[in-house]
Design a protein around this ligand. Structure first.
Ligand code: HEC
Length: 95
């Protein structure tokens, strides 16, 4: 029985960070879609921006380095890591 709990603890420890990262990026992205449409195509119809560029834009919103009306408040609701993972999710998904 002790071994069983050890096994469960090991599985949780090694799997959950990855699962959590994936799920939360996708869930955060659904929030973005409500205003921007899927894949942020409304914002960037003609060019494909990189994960690094999008992460920078989101962090600029969060730390008030850009004058905006809404995105500053939205981005403050997420950690830097969450913003980076949603940027990765949005820029690496298939078009
Ligand atoms: C409540 C509606 C709303 C939601 C939800 C929302 N946005 Fe925005 N977004 C805006 C508005 C409005 C602007 C224009 C800038 C401003 O005034 O805040 C904008 C601008 C942007 C820009 C433009 C950057 C540029 O090039 O100037 C990016 C990128 C962006 N949003 C990404 C996101 C991401 C990623 C999410 C999800 C975490 C998200 N937005 C969620 C309303 C929203």
């Amino acid at each position: 029985m002790k071994n069983f709990f050890t096994l469960v603890a090991v599985i949780i420890t090694f799997h959950s960070p990855f699962l959590t990262a994936d799920v939360s990026a996708k869930i955060i992205a659904y929030n973005c879609y409500s205003c921007h449409g899927e894949q942020l195509t409304i914002l960037y119809p003609s060019e494909k921006i990189s994960k690094v560029q999008l992460t920078k834009i989101l962090l600029d919103f969060k730390y008030d380095r850009k004058e905006v009306t809404i995105m500053n408040r939205i981005s403050k609701g997420y950690s830097d890591n969450e913003l980076e993972s949603v940027a990765t999710f949005l820029t690496t998904m298939e078009n």
